[in-house]
Design a protein around this ligand. Structure first.
Ligand SMILES: [Cu+2]
Length: 143
């Protein structure tokens, strides 16, 4: 019994030493931090808002918008200071972004805000009957 236990003891000691010495070259501790850095760095750029704020002043008159083309980047918050500089009521609408401005009396103004969430070329127009057909439309370019 005594001899067996001492053999076991030596054997266990040898295993411990062998295990200790073989695990000392530490490749794992250096590999783990780099993996953690990568996994925490990845969500930050994707979660951060990418767009800025683009502000425009658009005037409506008979029967046009000035300017008639505006360009923004996808993801931008768009703010339009819309003024009716004409003699008839006018409004500002963009169907694709759910923008439906008030029909403004002459000299009326309104701030219109939306997020240009998708890219493409979109028509803005005056929703007063027949005005769109008479030329009251323009283009929003989101790129
Ligand atoms: Cu109009």
């Amino acid at each position: 019994m005594k001899m067996l236990s001492s053999v076991l003891c030596v054997f266990a000691l040898a295993v411990l030493l062998a295990g200790c010495t073989s695990s000392q070259p530490s490749a794992q501790p250096t590999a783990v931090p780099t993996a953690v850095v990568q996994s925490t760095a990845t969500p930050v750029p994707t979660g951060a808002p990418s767009g800025g704020v683009k502000e425009f002043t658009i005037e409506a008159s008979e029967f046009k918008f000035t300017p008639s083309t505006i360009s923004v980047n996808q993801g931008d918050s768009v703010r339009i200071n819309f003024t009716n500089a004409g003699l008839y009521p006018h409004s500002f609408s963009i169907d694709e972004f759910g923008v439906s401005g008030s029909i403004l009396a002459p000299n009326g103004s309104e701030v219109i805000e939306f997020i240009a969430s998708r890219a493409g070329s979109f028509t803005f127009y005056c929703a007063v009957p027949s005005h769109r057909e008479r030329g009251m439309n323009g283009t929003l370019i989101v790129s």
